[in-house]
Design a protein around this ligand. Structure first.
Ligand SMILES: [Zn+2]
Length: 336
C-alpha cells in the first residue's frame, strides 16, 4: 500500500461515497437507526458522573446557532472572531452556543442548577434548543421529583425553563433559590427604568415576566454568596457578567466540581482569549477580572469545571497558555 497522502485521502473519500451510493456498505443498517436518522434527531443528551457521594447529571438543552453581529465581541472585530472560529474548526460568521444545565442528586434530594431556554423554545427553535426537560426525562429524572432549582443569574437561557409553554411550573414541587444580589438589582424598578438599550430592556422585561409569575413568586427564596445553598452546593460570587452573577461548587468526599455558569461563554473564544468582552457581559471589566481570577484558580488547583456554554457534556479542566487558557475536555466515561 502507498503512504497516506492528501490526494490519497480525497480518493478514498470519493470511493466510500460511491460505494455507499450503491448501497452495499450500509444496506444492512437496522431499520430503527435509519428511522431515527431520517427524523434528524440525536440520541437523548445527558451525561452522569460522581463527585464523591453526589451524582451530577449534565443535561443538554441544545444549541443556539446564529449569524453573530459585529458587536458580538465588544473589543474585537469580526475578522478576529472569525480567525478564532477558524482555529477551532468552526464555521465563519456563525456562532454556536450550547446550553448545559446540570442536576445534582445528593441523597434523595434532586437539585437543578439553571433551567435552559424552556419547553416553549423547543418549537421556536425547531428542536435545536429547549430540549432540557425531554433529556431530563430520558435520563430517568422526573421533573416532579426536583425539590430545588438554583438560579445563577437572570438571563433567559438560565431562567426561562422555570415555566412551561402554558406558563405553569416546570418543577411544581421545587423551591426556587436565586442569588440575593442578582434579585436585588434586577427587581429594582429604578435600575429597570435606567435602561435604554434594546437588549437590556428585553432582559428586564423577560425576567419580570418569569419572576412576576404568581406561582414562581410563591416559591422564590434568595441565597447569599459564600454560603451553602443546599447540602453539597456552595455559592461563589462571580459578579460581572451580571451584577449578581453567581457560580457554584459541588463538593463531596474531598472531590469537587466548579459550576461556572457564564464566567465565560463559548470556550473556543473566551477561555482562549479571557480579555475578550462578550456583548452579554453587563460589566465587562469586572467580568474579565472575575474570569481571570477564577481560571487562574481552576488551573492552579486543577479543579474540574462544568461550563454552561461549553460543548456537551461541558466538563473540562483548564490550563494556562501564553495568551490565556485552554480547556481540556474530560474524557467520556462508559460507566458512572
Ligand atoms: Zn448564559
Amino acid at each position: 500500500m502507498s503512504e497516506l497522502t492528501r490526494r490519497g485521502l480525497m480518493t478514498a473519500a470519493a470511493t466510500v461515497a460511491a460505494t455507499s451510493a450503491m448501497g452495499p456498505l450500509f444496506s444492512a443498517q437496522p431499520a430503527r437507526a435509519q428511522a431515527a436518522s431520517a427524523a434528524g434527531q440525536q440520541a437523548a443528551g445527558w451525561y452522569r458522573y460522581k463527585v464523591g457521594d453526589i451524582e451530577v447529571t449534565a443535561v443538554t438543552d441544545g444549541i443556539n446557532r446564529f449569524k453573530f453581529p459585529d458587536t458580538f465581541v465588544l473589543n474585537q472585530n469580526r475578522d478576529a472572531v472569525n480567525k478564532a472560529l477558524e482555529a477551532a474548526f468552526m464555521q465563519k460568521d456563525m456562532m454556536e452556543i450550547p446550553y448545559t444545565p446540570i442536576v445534582v442528586k445528593n441523597g434523595g434530594k434532586i437539585t437543578v442548577i439553571d433551567t435552559g431556554t424552556s419547553e416553549a423554545n423547543f418549537a421556536n427553535s425547531k428542536g435545536a434548543a429547549g430540549q432540557f426537560t425531554r433529556n431530563l426525562a430520558a435520563s430517568g429524572i422526573d421533573a416532579k421529583d426536583v425539590s430545588t432549582v438554583i438560579i445563577s443569574h437572570y438571563h433567559g437561557d438560565h431562567i426561562n425553563g422555570l415555566l412551561k409553554a402554558d406558563n405553569s411550573l416546570t418543577y411544581p414541587n421545587a423551591e426556587i433559590l436565586v442569588p440575593a444580589a442578582e434579585h436585588k438589582y434586577f427587581m429594582d424598578d429604578a435600575e429597570m427604568n435606567k435602561q435604554s438599550g434594546d437588549r437590556m430592556v428585553g432582559v428586564f422585561k423577560n425576567l419580570r415576566r418569569v419572576f412576576g409569575n404568581a406561582e414562581v413568586v410563591k416559591r422564590v427564596k434568595t441565597y447569599d454568596a459564600g454560603k451553602e445553598v443546599v447540602p453539597g452546593v456552595n455559592a461563589v460570587a462571580t459578579y460581572g457578567h451580571t451584577p449578581g452573577h453567581t457560580s457554584h461548587v459541588v463538593s463531596s468526599g474531598g472531590k469537587s466540581v466548579f459550576v461556572q455558569a457564564d464566567i465565560t461563554n463559548v470556550p473556543f473564544l473566551f477561555t482562549r482569549n479571557p480579555g475578550w468582552h462578550l456583548m452579554f457581559d453587563q460589566i465587562p471589566d469586572m467580568a474579565e477580572a472575575t474570569r481571570r481570577k477564577t481560571y487562574d484558580m481552576l488551573a492552579t488547583d486543577k479543579v474540574m469545571l462544568q461550563g454552561f456554554h461549553y460543548p456537551f457534556p461541558a466538563v473540562a479542566y483548564i490550563e494556562k497558555t501564553s495568551s490565556g487558557y485552554r480547556e481540556v475536555p474530560v474524557p467520556w466515561s462508559p460507566t458512572i
